[in-house]
Design a protein around this ligand. Structure first.
Ligand SMILES: Cc1cc2nc3c(=O)[nH]c(=O)nc-3n(C[C@H](O)[C@H](O)[C@H](O)COP(=O)(O)OP(=O)(O)OC[C@H]3O[C@@H](n4cnc5c(N)ncnc54)[C@H](O)[C@@H]3O)c2cc1C
Ligand SMILES: NC(=O)c1ccc[n+]([C@@H]2O[C@H](COP(=O)([O-])OP(=O)(O)OC[C@H]3O[C@@H](n4cnc5c(N)ncnc54)[C@H](OP(=O)(O)O)[C@@H]3O)[C@@H](O)[C@H]2O)c1
Length: 522
């Protein structure tokens, strides 16, 4: 193991790209990237074990508050799993799914090529991701050193020695506080044959796919990862069978929104088998997966395939910290922390995916920031019991707050404001027409999306907002903030200035109703 001391060098983004690429491709090059300020004699305020979203954002905040920090990261880059194998590839794949749905819907019309019976390459898109993924890594290494003044050691696993000591590359570092930011990993599948070549999860898909999958794909799971990857595989023209042990998309709180999203997936050809239990993954003569056997409510089935994708969720990487430090874990193996991100062990914090669901970037970054604020002496409190959320099918599905069913259970007078206004009697309405759904609105109106506000008619406050379409995430980030800070009413929405055409029609629709003393459905 050699040390590559970069403390006094300036590395540009292009140079970082080349170095990271090299280190990822050459396991025999065991250079440890060493950006430690040995001229600073202060004790570290915090060592962050793990330099993903949680560790990096926590570090940046602590440094900005005048503290001294060190990140220890086993990959040769900062930023963690999101850009390397999780969010970023998924967003590339989801964009491809949306583009292909458009191309297939208008196959042979206008300027669209004839897509009839055409299977597009899956490997080409995975390779495209692999070839470009170090760009954000390079920016984060550069930004963290040159602009955020962070200290870090990369390309070396850190070992926890105690609550105040971590060892890396043969050197022991001591710290006032230790922040665990070690992320999560795919949940393994305990079924015979699940380790055969040709069975992938989100990590191995981008690391190992070295062949073009055939015309049939099996996906196991029914939540975000399974639905997002399943929609992508299906959009490439492959028969896609999703085996869901219970029901799909339970995470989407509003029933009508969930139905719209699932109906559109089925319309695109995704076969969703509810109540399915995989019994065996069978290998062919070469040892590669060839068949999946499963039990469904109507009996036993088998499907021939050379490509299986597991979207079974993630396990927090907490075992080592539990063994070495004794931090307390919950029944799902997540680190238990208080609203200051402190674990059960004094001076040890945990952040990000180690805290369990929801495993999302906002929580990773924000929990890091809150740990640092507390370490630097602030009296802070962070709980993540309510947040805006989203996933992708071939569309983007975005929501916050209560679904209509939940709202009716908990409130006396609930109305909805939605588009199209009457999903029961048909969706063939050219609204909501908006950016990226205009072609659908004119030529395939039922595909132009769905959106809904759930409103308490008594207080006139929005209880929940739900959207299937494109481009609504930004609005939902800010709308949610208004919702959290005491709520937003139909009248306040009616006062806003819309940028028409806009992905959410909530402002203009509310303006149609806001004049009424008694709110009614719209
Ligand atoms: C398929 C998929 C898609 C997703 N899409 C989205 C999305 O669209 N939007 C969203 O908000 N969230 C998404 N997520 C969730 C998001 O990726 C995670 O919540 C986030 O990356 C967690 O950040 P983290 O810092 O906690 O963990 P990571 O980013 O995993 O960082 C942990 C780091 O710790 C390092 N490490 C672990 N142990 C050690 C050690 N002993 N020594 C040194 N380093 C160590 C690891 O190498 C890693 O870099 C997605 C997740 C998946 C699986
Ligand atoms: N924002 C995003 O776009 C995004 C994308 C992907 C992931 N993420 C985050 O990453 C985390 C993981 O998401 P995820 O969708 O992978 O996992 P998840 O939400 O934990 O869902 C796992 C799915 O797999 C099923 N499952 C689990 N074990 C199984 C088994 N042994 N056999 C059959 N089915 C099994 C579950 O079924 P049951 O419902 O019956 O338990 C569920 O459908 C979440 O916290 C999520 O928020 C975010």
């Amino acid at each position: 193991m050699t040390t590559w001391d970069i403390r006094d060098s300036y590395l540009g983004i292009g140079q970082w790209e080349r170095e990271i690429e090299h280190l990822l491709d050459h396991a025999d090059d065991d250079r440890v990237v060493w950006n430690v300020d040995d001229t600073d004699t202060r004790e570290y305020d915090a060592i962050f074990l793990g330099g993903g979203a949680a560790g990096r954002f926590g570090s940046a905040f602590l440094r900005a508050r005048g503290g001294r920090q060190l990140i220890i990261e086993r990959w040769p880059f900062l930023g963690g799993s999101c850009p390397h194998n999780a969010c970023v590839p998924h967003h590339l794949f989801s964009e491809v799914a949306a583009e292909l749905m458009l191309a297939r819907t208008f196959s042979g019309r206008f300027w669209f090529p004839d897509m009839d019976g055409r299977i597009t390459s899956l490997k080409e898109i995975v390779d495209l991701f692999r070839a470009g993924r170090v760009a954000p890594h390079a920016i984060m290494n550069f930004q963290s050193k040159e602009q955020l003044d962070l200290e870090y050691v990369l390309n070396a696993e850190g070992t926890i020695v105690g609550p105040h000591t971590v060892e890396v590359a043969g050197r022991r570092f001591t710290t006032r506080k230790l922040v665990l930011a070690m992320g999560s990993r795919p949940r393994p599948f305990d079924v015979p044959g699940a380790d055969l070549p040709g069975v992938f999860d989100y990590e191995t898909l981008v690391e190992d796919l070295d062949y073009e999958p055939g015309d049939t794909v099996v996906v196991v799971g029914g939540s975000k990862t399974a639905v997002e990857y399943g929609s992508f595989f299906s959009a490439t023209g492959r028969r896609t069978i999703m085996l869901v042990r219970d029901r799909p998309l339970k995470i989407v709180p509003d029933g009508e929104t969930r139905r719209y999203a699932l109906d559109r997936m089925r319309e695109q050809g995704v076969e969703i088998v509810e109540g399915a239990e995989v019994t065996e993954v069978v290998g062919g003569p070469t040892g590669h997966v060839s068949t999946v056997r499963y039990l469904a409510p109507d009996g036993a089935h088998s499907v021939d395939t050379d490509f299986v994708f597991l979207g079974l969720g993630e396990l927090p990487n907490t075992e080592v910290a539990a063994e070495t430090l004794g931090i307390k874990l919950d029944a799902k193996g997540s680190a238990i922390v208080n609203p200051q991100m402190q674990t059960s062990v004094p001076d040890v914090y945990a952040i990000g995916d180690m805290l369990g669901a929801p495993m999302e970037m906002f929580k990773a970054r924000k929990s890091g920031m809150y740990a640092s604020r507390h370490i630097m002496g602030e009296d802070v409190h962070y709980v993540y019991d309510e947040y805006p959320d989203f996933l992708h099918t071939h569309y983007e599905v975005t929501w916050f707050g209560l679904g209509e069913e939940q709202a009716r259970e908990t409130h006396d007078a609930v109305i909805t404001i939605k588009m199209p206004p009457d999903t029961e009697h048909g969706l063939d309405v050219a609204l909501p027409a908006t950016d990226r759904t205009m072609l659908y609105a004119f030529a395939k109106p039922h595909m132009s999306g769905f959106q809904k506000l759930v409103v308490d008619a008594t207080t006139r406050r929005v209880l929940g907002a739900h959207h299937v379409g494109y481009g609504a995430k930004d609005a939902f980030q800010y709308l949610f903030e208004l919702h959290r800070r005491g709520g937003i009413t139909v009248d306040q929405l009616a006062e806003m200035d819309e940028l028409f055409l806009n992905p959410t029609h909530f402002i203009q629709l509310s303006r149609l109703r806001a004049g009424a003393a008694d709110l009614r459905d719209l």
